[in-house]
Ligand binder design. Structure first.
Ligand SMILES: [Ca+2]
Length: 561
């Protein structure tokens, strides 16, 4: 192409009507063209955001379309969010694990961007999943801690979500795997229609583990119904023991194929006692060993049916949450016990999804985001050998804490993006978080977000795509399950606020940290990734600044401007 020049003609608010407006698949929205009388000049209006446009005059000597063609190839990629459960920063090969192999995740990282400062927003399942979908910090809404078996839908119909944003943009949308965000208005109607649920907040289709595998019931929910439920054998779920005698982890402990260590001793299914009680629905019950295969099979079917795209798949693996019971073919595949074997099963699932994309030639049309819902835990209620067989493996890598904690190990977790042909492979140190996917995909697809939606989701799309010089978040709030303890990451600094020092029975690492220190602690992460040296007394000004920022984030009610 010959010479191309441009000058700024006009910078103004949106509102003018221009002919020929259409969407392009680049970071910011629309581009409008006004064709000039002379073929050597052209006006281009760039939509910088919803409010401002920048009008440029280009001077061309040759092909106009040749210049703009790269923008078109990125229009509305398929999007797959793969969320692992309880997978720690150090649990994957590309983040330094040597005690087990994760070749498929490592390949994904080698072909995309591996983030060393990738976060989920909370250190337990439910609040992170709430924030992933709603783009709002979970502490801003009541009852967003770990959902009980009979918990109602936490995300109410009418709430803008990652799925509803993409549905508006013309995507087919599905969630396959663990839900754990409640179903039903006041409680799930296990024998009737299970709504509201995913289908009422933007998903076209769901195939779910409705709660989590250590909580009852062990059945699949497909769209609005329990799959394969025999009406003559209704499903009953409760928090108290049923009037009919049912074996429990206490009364029949010697029969268990995996013993419990704390809690998890109510109704027995598949030789494993759970949290909560249930009866009936025998034809609908699954085997824990088959869950990974089920998610892959159902995802493959759904992708095949929607391969012409665009589609959004939220692949929510149950791995590596307790009870860890991987398929028999993965049992014994590591020396780390079922925890390590479950990581291998999860890695296999990632590989199968990548194979499916290759089969349909979709790798260059699909953005994959791999993340976890919280940091690692070893003993989370079952005696599965995770503690005894750990050896030198460090599930959180160099970080302290894990699941339930606001130390870095609780929320800084595996985070990888891949979009072949669009993302330049590399490693990024930018701060990115699962809570930002909503606003970022809205930007990617040119979908408007109302002011009332996604209150804490920031558009960090360029950073997620690994673009040179792109910045991630300048601050990030981290919370625990109760939403009373917080971490605040700002640049190199980390503030920890511990209001509630309640002791968890879970063992998160080989050297469970004894909680010590006052209400506020201050750490300098580049020198102290493990958050061991509290600098709050040495750096009072920095401490004051961080406390003020944390208070501001909480009180403001939102952080997306
Ligand atoms: Ca989890």
């Amino acid at each position: 192409m010959g010479s191309v020049g441009f000058e700024v003609v006009e910078f103004r608010r949106a509102g003018a009507t221009l002919s020929g407006e259409f969407q392009v698949g680049h970071t910011n929205g629309s581009v409008a063209f006004v064709f000039p009388e002379k073929s050597t000049n052209i006006l281009v209006m760039l939509g910088l955001n919803r409010r401002y446009h920048l009008m440029l005059r280009f001077s061309f000597t040759f092909s106009f379309f040749c210049f703009l063609s790269p923008l078109y190839s990125n229009d509305k990629p398929n999007i797959i969010v793969i969320m692992a459960d309880d997978l720690g920063y150090g649990d994957i090969g590309c983040n330094g694990a040597t005690a087990l192999k994760t070749p498929h995740i490592d390949k994904l990282a080698a072909e995309g961007v591996r983030f060393t400062n990738g976060y989920c927003s909370a250190s337990t399942c439910t609040p992170t999943r709430f924030s992933l979908l709603t783009g709002t910090y979970a502490f801003r809404q009541k009852n967003t801690g770990i959902a009980p078996p009979n918990g109602p839908a936490i995300i109410r119909p009418g709430t803008e979500t990652l799925a509803s944003i993409l549905k508006k943009a013309g995507y087919a949308t599905a969630v396959i795997g663990k839900w754990h965000l409640g179903l039903g208005d006041k409680a799930p109607e296990w024998n009737g229609e299970l709504k509201p649920g995913p289908l009422e907040i933007g998903f076209d289709h769901c195939h779910l583990l409705p709660t989590t595998n250590d909580r009852v019931p062990q059945v699949y929910v497909r769209d609005h119904r329990v799959l394969n439920l025999d009406p003559k054998d209704p499903l009953w779920v409760g928090n108290e023991a049923p009037p009919t005698h049912q074996p429990t982890g206490i009364t029949h402990r010697s029969t268990l194929k995996m013993d419990w260590s704390h809690g998890h001793n109510n109704t027995i299914h598949n030789g494993i006692s759970r949290i909560g009680f249930y009866t009936g629905g025998l034809a609908a019950r699954f085997r824990d060993e088959d869950l990974g295969d089920e998610w892959v099979r159902r995802s493959n079917e759904w992708i095949a049916a929607h391969k012409d795209g665009p589609f959004f798949l939220y692949f929510a693996s149950h791995d590596i949450h307790v009870p860890r019971m991987p398929h028999e073919r993965f049992q014994g595949s590591t020396k780390l016990g079922f925890r390590g074997d479950s990581i291998v099963e999860f890695d296999w699932c990632v590989g199968e999804l990548m194979k499916t994309l290759d089969r349909y030639k979709l790798a260059e049309k699909t953005l994959i985001v791999l993340c976890s819902d919280n940091g690692p835990v070893l003993d989370d209620g079952y005696q599965d050998g995770a503690v005894e067989k750990l050896g030198n493996h460090e599930p959180a890598g160099p970080l302290s804490g894990g699941k339930y904690s606001v130390l870095e190990g609780g929320t800084r977790t595996p985070f990888i993006t891949r979009w072949k042909g669009r993302i330049k492979p590399g490693v990024s140190n930018e701060v990115v978080c699962t809570i930002d996917l909503a606003a970022s995909v809205a930007a990617l697809t040119g979908t408007a977000l109302s002011q009332e939606a996604c209150l804490d989701s920031l558009n960090i799309l360029p950073a997620l795509l690994g673009e040179s010089g792109a910045k991630g978040r300048d601050h990030l709030l981290q919370q625990d399950n109760s939403g009373t303890n917080f971490g605040l990451r700002m640049g190199d600094w980390k503030l920890v606020r511990m209001k509630n020092k309640g002791k968890s029975q879970a063992k998160v690492s080989s050297k469970n940290r004894i909680d010590e220190g006052g209400l506020h602690r201050l750490y300098h992460l580049p020198n102290d990734a493990g958050e061991r040296k509290d600098l709050s007394a040495e750096r009072p000004e920095r401490l004051k600044e961080m406390i003020a920022k944390l208070d501001e984030v909480i009180a403001a009610g939102r952080t997306r401007l």
